[in-house]
Design a protein around this ligand. Structure first.
Ligand code: SAM
Length: 381
């Protein structure tokens, strides 16, 4: 990736481009970053790049003809995206960084004083981004912020020991807290599991702490996160069905495949009428991956007995219900397995009803409804 930064203060970037991870990435040619001085395209004997803002109170704005000349001089690729960091821009998120990482070439134009002439921005800038709701003196730090975040996504820049996929936001969750030696500091011990040497338990602990940190600090992020890896226990999918449906076996085989893809541990089917149990078993005799039980009550009993832990039952199509994001939150908070149930709402405590999927043109077929519901919980962006 190539990034050109147009700035009145190129020296701002000197140590950034020669230090630590970014410095090594530049040195090894993994990213190509250049800072170009806007003053090289200035006007008159005083090398002026800005002028008083019309109607302003004395603030200066960088002139459009200077910006135009600078841009024309650095732009070799007509496809290069032109960016302007500004407090009025779209907030720079990991999503936006990942989408910008797809570009071959970026040109970042740093504002100073009041910013850039608006006519130039309208004519030449593809994206205005902000690094947060505060005002800095210039666009150099926002330019470096973007380059730093982009460089982490370039293969080879960050070593394996700092896997970017475990970092905050990448999977829609915040990162887990980290500890180093000494194991006891000011009387505070490192969580025991981290020194246990049990890799599976350590991984689980890390995922759970990341999920709880996200829930407490940034619940807004949860909508992007697939939560399967962050749950305490297994997820089951339960379906109350009629064995007399002609496409039942085919539908359930498809649902079982979908469920497996999202990491669901078991698909369980029960007849809507208890006396239909034998007929259901016959109908599903060719689907060994689906467990048949005589009733929804037996379904929940099976899940509880298997795990000896409290079971959270989510009734996926019941009314009135809670929003699906709230259901996702409860799923993370629960300490036992989760049963997502379609076609029934069992008579028991600890059942949460989720608002049915909203569509504009009628009801979804069951296979699509199950796939869409699983994707909301377990699919990541
Ligand atoms: N008059 C502008 C406003 O109130 O929106 C502030 C201009 S600021 C003093 C000068 C330059 O710093 C901006 O043109 C921009 O390039 C950069 N800048 C300041 N804060 C920023 C932020 N939060 N995000 C991105 N760029 C910022």
């Amino acid at each position: 990736m190539k990034v050109t930064v147009l700035t009145a203060f190129p020296e701002f970037l000197d140590s950034f481009l020669t230090t630590s991870i970014v410095g090594r990435a530049v040195e090894r040619g993994l990213i190509d970053v250049k800072a170009v001085n806007l003053r090289d395209f200035s006007e008159g004997n005083y090398h002026q790049i800005d002028d008083y803002s019309f109607g302003g109170k004395g603030g200066m704005t960088i002139m459009p003809q200077v910006l135009e000349r600078a841009l024309a001089s650095v732009r070799t690729n007509p496809e290069a995206k032109v960016l302007f960091p500004t407090p009025t821009g779209a907030v720079l998120t990991q999503d936006l960084v990942e989408s910008l990482a797809q570009e071959k070439e970026l040109i970042v134009i740093c504002g100073h004083y009041e910013g850039l002439d608006e006519r130039f921005v309208r004519e030449c800038v593809d994206l205005e981004y902000s690094i947060g709701d505060y005002v800095l003196t210039g666009g150099e730090i926002p330019a470096m912020t973007l380059i730093d975040a982009l460089s982490r996504l370039v293969p080879g820049v960050v070593g394996k020991e700092l896997s970017v996929t475990d970092d905050s936001f990448y999977n829609g969750m915040l990162d887990t807290p980290h500890y180093t030696r000494p194991a006891v500091w000011h009387g505070q011990e490192v969580p025991e599991v981290l020194t246990s040497g049990n890799d599976a338990q350590i991984e689980k602990y890390r995922k759970r702490t990341a999920a709880f940190l996200t829930l407490s600090r940034r619940p807004d992020l949860l909508s992007r996160a697939g939560v399967m890896d962050y749950l305490e226990d297994e997820v089951y999918l339960g379906l109350a069905v009629s064995p007399h449906e002609p496409t039942l076996a085919c539908d359930l085989a498809q649902i079982a495949e979908t469920a497996q893809a999202y990491g669901v541990a078991r698909v369980i089917a029960a007849p809507q009428q208890r006396e239909d149990f034998d007929a259901l078993r016959d109908a599903l005799s060719e689907c060994p991956e689906i467990k048949c039980v005589p009733s929804v009550r037996r379904m929940t009993e099976w899940a509880e007995r298997k795990k000896h832990a409290p079971l959270l039952v989510i009734a996926a199509e019941a009314q009135p219900g809670i929003p699906w994001l709230e259901a996702k939150r409860r799923m993370i908070e629960t300490s036992g397995p989760v049963l997502i149930l379609f076609g029934a709402q069992p008579q028991r405590e600890n059942v949460i009803a989720m608002r049915p999927q909203q569509t504009t043109g009628g009801e979804l077929p069951r296979t699509a409804l199950v796939a869409a519901t699983l994707d909301r919980f377990f699919g990541s962006r």
